[in-house]
Design a protein around this ligand. Structure first.
Ligand code: ARG
Length: 245
């Protein structure tokens, strides 16, 4: 009996080493794989040197650094990100992804790291919209699978075109093929900076928070990411207070 217990304990301890958790897997591999869709400035976009940069990349880099590994970024279709995460193509999604109840059914979300909401971007002087419902009979572009897409899809009589990239949706707007784009507030503002012919034509229409998405079962990585986010959010002063009191 005693022997059996010892044996079982050994097997258990051994298997813990042999099949370490997700963190061990990442450390052994030497890099963290992040999935994103890089048409979402300032969170992720392709710069002049053809590199994917942005706020989300820096967050993922902080996680990778704390793990002692490098970061690999995979630029993917936004609506394919969650299925690809499930299929282990990445360890984590940082994509300005809104934490929603529906998505929570299939992935884990980190603590929120940014607050945003949808706005309607138009060509300068086109129209002002007080509510998303006023998009009835308007030609509107969105990025496929985004919360902006979901919001616009609900509007009766809207003439909606979905694009895999936000860059394309905004191009259609500039080219007058559509009259509005439903997009996250900070990203809308970022695009307008580069396109002086466009403006925000609505108030912020929703309250959303972004989180990093992680595959269900990888709670270990989730806790690690939350810890890193917490450390990033804490000011040096708060850290001093924590250390001394
Ligand atoms: N926040 C919106 C959503 O979660 C849009 C995110 C789009 N992100 C991107 N990287 N293209 O649906």
């Amino acid at each position: 009996m005693k022997r059996a217990t010892l044996f079982l304990t050994l097997v258990l301890v051994f298997s813990l080493f042999a099949f370490g958790g997700i963190i061990d897997t990442i450390k052994a591999r030497g890099y963290l794989v992040m999935g994103t869709n890089a048409t979402f400035p300032p969170f992720e976009f392709v710069d002049a040197k053809n590199e994917v940069v942005g706020f989300d990349i820096e967050l993922a880099r902080a996680v990778a650094k704390k793990l002692g590994v490098t970061l690999r970024v995979i630029d993917f279709a936004f609506d394919g990100l969650i299925p690809a995460l499930q299929a282990d193509k990445f360890d984590i999604i940082f994509a300005g992804m809104t934490i929603t109840e529906k998505r929570k059914e299939v992935v884990l979300f980190s603590d929120p790291y940014f607050d945003a909401g949808q706005v309607i971007v138009v060509r300068k002087g086109y129209k002002h919209f007080d509510d998303v419902d006023e998009l009835t009979n308007e030609k509107v572009a969105v990025q496929t699978g985004t919360t902006g897409d979901l919001m616009a899809t609900e509007v009766p009589g809207i003439i909606l075109t979905r694009f895999p990239h936000f860059t394309e949706a905004l191009m259609e707007l500039s080219l007058r093929r559509v009259n509005a784009v439903v997009i996250d507030s900070s990203t809308g503002e970022a695009y307008i900076k580069f396109n002086p012919n466009l403006e925000v034509g609505s108030p912020i229409l929703s309250a959303e928070s972004y989180g990093a998405a992680i595959k269900k079962g990888n709670e270990e990585l989730l806790n690690f990411v939350n810890q890193v986010l917490k450390e990033l959010k804490t000011s040096p002063y708060d850290a001093l207070l924590d250390a001394w009191f």
